[in-house]
Every structure is written in structure tokens, then in C-alpha cells.
Design a binder for this molecule. Structure first.
Ligand SMILES: [Fe+2]
Length: 214
């Protein structure tokens, strides 16, 4: 599976997307990339087969579908997938889907009913087709470990997203998956993933985003 490996190319794609749709999502993406690289380095140290460089570029590009501008719910996941698949990077494209679509019953996704039927069908087909790799899992959890200000606890990110985007009675199902992946990675690196993230404690002191989309 092909992933973007050239960091400069990934940064260029993000810069171009920022021109089209500036917002906190860009800095968030940079921080997700850093978190993913840090954790990947520890996975590598523990003997796990992973490329920290791919972890970084996957983090940088996971929200690239936001280049289009604001779209409701998880539509940016499909836009990102199509953007990256058109450039020939299936692995990176998959991350654009899997960072948002981690539960089996897609109707439980917050805002699912706001998504046009043809997009729902495409997302559903892709969800059935994609086989998750370590990069999908890593970016799924790192998406919840970094905001635009820096690294964050997962709990703080969840509450911020809940305030900004709302929740439904099924939201805890997708929240649970963050902690399942976290524990899976921690069982490999034999320490808390927060130990991989420098100055994570600063997240106690920074305000959480209360308005707008991530
Ligand atoms: Fe994200």
C-alpha cells in the first residue's frame, strides 16, 4: 500500500489546502503529525514494524479533505480519500476515512443524516473495503491527542468536540475505540502514550476550543 513518504510534499499539500480553507484544522493536523511520529518512534524502539515518517505524513494529511471548505459531519473524510487516491496514495487515502469512520454501524455517526445519500453509500463501501493498518489506528488515536494549541488529553478533546459538534447517545461507542487503541499501543510500548508526548501536561492549562469545527 502506498503512503506519502516525502514530508515536504505532504507539507506542500497542507499549505495549499490552508490557502483554500484557512482554520485551526491546519495547526491541529501539524500537531497530530508530531504526536504520531513521537508514538511511532516509541513503537519502533519496542521492536514494532512502523515507519515514523509515514506516521508523520499520515497525521499531516488526515484532514486534507477540509481543503474544500466547511462540510457537515464526516464528509471531509471522503473528500480527503478522493483527493489522496487521485494522487496515487491509497494508504494515506485510507487514513482520511479511518480517522473518522471507526464504528461498524455508520448510522450511529454524529450528523450522519446530514450527509447526502450518495456520499453515505461511498463511505459505507469504503468502510467495508479498508483493512486497518497500524497507521489507521495511530492516526485515529492521535486525532484525539492533539488540538491546534498542542498535545491534549483524549478526554479534553472529546469534551471540546462534544461542545462544538454535539453528541448523540451512541457517541460513547466511538469514544471507547480511542481508549482501546490507546491501550493496544501502550501494551506494546509498555508505558502510557502520554509519556511519548513532550509537554503534554501543558494541556491542563490551555483553553479548549468551544466554537467552530475542529
Ligand atoms: Fe483531525
Amino acid at each position: 500500500m502506498k503512503y506519502v513518504e516525502d514530508r515536504l510534499y505532504a507539507e506542500q499539500l497542507l499549505n495549499e489546502a490552508e490557502i483554500l480553507n484557512p482554520g485551526p484544522w491546519v495547526q491541529h493536523s501539524k500537531n497530530v503529525a508530531k504526536a504520531a511520529e513521537y508514538i511511532a518512534l516509541d513503537l519502533l524502539k519496542a521492536g514494532y514494524e512502523i515507519d515514523p515518517n509515514i506516521a508523520y505524513t499520515s497525521g499531516l494529511l488526515h484532514d486534507i479533505g477540509r481543503y474544500i471548505g466547511f462540510t457537515p459531519s464526516v464528509i471531509h473524510a471522503l473528500d480527503g480519500y478522493l483527493f489522496m487516491i487521485n494522487k496515487g496514495f491509497e494508504g494515506t487515502a485510507n487514513v482520511c476515512i479511518t480517522h473518522e469512520i471507526a464504528i461498524t454501524d455508520l448510522e450511529l455517526i454524529n450528523g450522519w443524516t446530514e450527509i447526502p445519500l450518495h456520499v453515505q453509500k461511498q463511505l459505507s463501501a469504503l468502510q467495508n473495503q479498508i483493512e486497518w493498518t497500524i497507521y489507521d489506528k495511530l492516526i485515529r488515536v492521535c486525532d484525539a491527542l492533539a488540538d491546534d494549541k498542542g498535545f491534549s488529553t483524549i478526554e479534553k478533546r472529546i469534551v471540546s468536540a462534544a461542545i462544538r459538534n454535539g453528541v448523540n447517545s451512541n457517541s460513547p461507542i466511538s469514544w471507547k475505540y480511542y481508549f482501546i487503541i490507546k491501550q493496544e499501543i501502550e501494551s506494546i510500548i509498555q508505558k502510557s502514550i502520554y509519556r511519548c508526548l513532550p509537554n503534554i501536561e501543558e494541556s491542563i492549562y490551555t483553553d479548549m476550543a468551544l466554537i467552530g469545527r475542529k
